[in-house]
Design a protein around this ligand. Structure first.
Ligand SMILES: [Ca+2]
Ligand SMILES: [Ca+2]
Ligand SMILES: [Ca+2]
Length: 107
């Protein structure tokens, strides 16, 4: 191990495929290296924030501001009086949300 250059070095145990292992380039496991390590819900190693794994290594969820599969919308807020409810379904006539329904002159 070279101080200041390598973050870690486990000789033959360095791995780019094993969780929490020192990587083969002697860097520590991190979010974005493509391996799901401790503290990461997922890690697909890309910078695409609209797929099944966020760039911060968390899984997609309702309320994260990205419309994922199974979500009609996701505005990232908990406001049920706007066009997207906090449950990630579109506000609609008959959902009992008067603030929005008055805006579309129904209910
Ligand atoms: Ca990782
Ligand atoms: Ca991704
Ligand atoms: Ca979402």
């Amino acid at each position: 191990m070279q101080a200041g250059v390598e973050q870690c070095d486990n000789d033959g145990l360095n791995s780019d495929g094993q969780a929490d292992a020192c990587r083969t380039d002697c860097s520590l496991p991190s979010c974005g290296d493509g391996v799901t390590d401790s503290g990461e819900a997922c890690d697909d190693g890309n910078l695409d924030n609209s797929d099944a794994c966020r760039t911060d290594c968390s899984l997609p969820s309702c309320g994260d501001g990205v419309t994922d599969s199974g979500e009609a919308c996701d505005d990232g807020n908990a406001d049920d009086s706007d066009a997207c409810l906090s449950t990630c379904v579109l506000a609609s006539c008959g959902d009992g949300r008067p603030a929005w329904s008055s805006a579309i002159a129904m209910d």
